[in-house]
Ligand binder design. Structure first.
Ligand code: ATP
Length: 475
């Protein structure tokens, strides 16, 4: 059973069909998107093995890592789209899926009109020449025993394109990536090259096939600062020379700003914001985009508080949060975003880890009724494991020796001490029923990408169906 409802698009949450400069709708080959991704899911099954059992028993998920969880976008020819997000957001998986390196679980990837999902390997093989990837670590991408000339010529041979002029093509490719004169490099091995030179060889090896789409997965993040801009410039030069289209995968917004026409911000398998680079940087809309931008020192104009980066950790993709996946970290989360038991548990545990406080012991407390200065360990009163259950109505059993009223006391105190915690905006009621405390949450609604007149954003703050007044008071 999925732990999260399938994507429920909000109004205007139709597919992303090309950037603002897109000529979608004009019936020419130039105007047609090179890549069109629709409702793509890539889940890694963890059905077997001890890790899967642990994952299922602890978290109650279906055991699948939802690495890409309903993604739609398109890419025009010659466009550079940046895919930005923290580690674990699903960027690499999405990039690999476009090239058929990991199988899609469902959805569609149309490349120049051909559906790639479900295409048999023998029909995918000829297309691979047109789809290339550059990885983060040039050292790991090259065989240390293979000289540069052989490495760069290798893909031509594999695709049966290595004719009599193979050597000339290799030299041309090397010179195209700035390794000139090419003859000087042909017999070198990776160990003879700097990091930047190695990445140039890797790029030459991809470019020699005259590809149309290049997925560049963190292509400069392992290089010295001094060469990063040069490699990015090289990729831009190749775009012009070869009419290349790029999907540029990075966690680094500063390079994305330099390199990309459009930016897609990815969070836990979803695109949460997509728009023209200038627009996203000048007016970030999604709270996650805003937090990412604040965390980039180079983009200091938006940085209000040194300590304010993206709070908390990216959640487990095997069991994404209810509603908006970003809600547990979002200071603006409100009723529809999806408060749930896990958020309550995190809040109680954080309180317990905080400074001591005056607590009132209930009649059933083993220490006897009274008042004391101590840390209030919620586990003494509440069966914390009950808080891990999903659903709008959360029954919570009192711990041994306690009553439902004690549980409600703990919860009420937590709320009174921090009424502005976004979690409480999603709590409709706390009540007693059949000897248990029950927390009723507001229904969690999964946000779809909404048109905001600039970027498209998956955030309920931009959905006119919802009353944001509770949020405005605190933001
Ligand atoms: N082969 C795999 N089997 C199971 N889970 C995987 C596999 N590859 C990636 N994952 C999981 O899928 C999710 C997305 O990972 P992915 O590498 O695509 O993210 P990313 O944003 O590219 O992160 P990074 O920047 O660290 O590479 C993560 O939870 C990751 O642990």
């Amino acid at each position: 059973m999925p732990t999260k409802p399938e994507h429920q698009p909000g109004p205007g949450a139709d597919r992303e069909v090309g950037g603002p400069a897109s000529t979608a709708g004009v019936a020419t080959d130039e105007a047609a998107p090179l890549i069109e991704v629709s409702d793509l899911y890539v889940h890694y099954s963890m059905r077997r093995g001890p890790l899967a059992r642990l994952s299922r028993s602890r978290k109650g998920g279906d055991g699948a890592v939802r690495a890409v969880d309903g993604v739609s976008f398109s890419l025009r020819r010659g466009e550079v789209l940046g895919l930005v997000g923290e580690s674990g957001s699903g960027k690499s998986t999405l990039g690999r899926a476009l090239l058929g390196l990991v199988p899609a679980s469902s959805g569609s990837i149309r490349f120049d009109g051909t559906e790639l999902v479900g295409l048999p390997e023998r029909r995918l093989r000829p297309l691979r020449r047109r789809l290339q990837m550059v990885f983060q670590d040039p050292h790991a991408s090259l065989n240390p025993a293979m000289d540069v000339g052989t490495a760069v010529g290798h893909p031509l041979k594999i695709h049966g394109l290595g004719g009599a002029d193979l050597q000339k093509q290799v030299e041309r490719a090397l010179e195209m990536v700035g390794l000139a004169p090419a003859r000087r490099y042909l017999n070198m091995r990776p160990a003879d090259l700097s990091g930047g030179q190695k990445q140039r060889v890797v790029i030459a090896r991809a470019a020699i096939l005259d590809p149309e789409l290049m997925v560049a997965d963190e292509p400069v993040s392992m290089l010295d600062m001094s060469v990063r801009a040069k490699i990015l410039q090289l990729l831009l030069d190749l775009r012009r020379q070869l009419n290349l289209t790029y999907l540029y995968i990075t966690h680094d917004l500063a390079t994305a700003k330099l390199f990309c026409d459009r930016i897609a911000i990815m969070y836990l398998g979803r695109i949460v914001e997509i728009g023209r680079t200038e627009e996203v940087f000048a007016n970030p809309r999604h709270p996650y985009t805003q937090a990412l931008l604040r965390a980039v020192p180079d983009l200091g104009s938006r940085r209000e508080d040194e300590s304010e980066v993206v709070a908390g950790e990216i959640p487990d993709a095997a069991r994404p949060p209810a509603g908006c996946s970003y809600h547990p970290r979002c200071p603006h989360a409100f009723a529809p975003c999806g408060s749930e038991g896990r958020d309550l548990r995190a809040l109680l545990e954080a309180r317990w880890a905080g400074p001591g406080e005056v607590t009132e012991r209930g009649a059933g407390d083993p220490a006897g009724p009274g008042v004391g200065l101590e840390r209030e360990d919620p586990a003494r009163v509440v069966r914390l494991g009950d808080l891990d259950a999903a659903g709008e109505h959360l029954p919570i059993r009192p711990a041994h020796g306690h009553h439902a009223a004690d549980v409600l006391r703990v919860l009420t105190r937590a709320r009174d001490d921090g009424p502005d915690e976004p979690l409480w905006r999603g709590v409709r009621a706390m009540r007693e029923e059949g000897g248990q405390a029950v927390v009723d949450f507001e229904p969690a609604i999964d946000p779809g990408l909404l048109d905001t007149g600039g970027a498209r954003v998956a955030c309920h703050l931009f959905d006119p169906r919802f009353d944001r007044s509770a949020v405005q008071q605190v933001s």
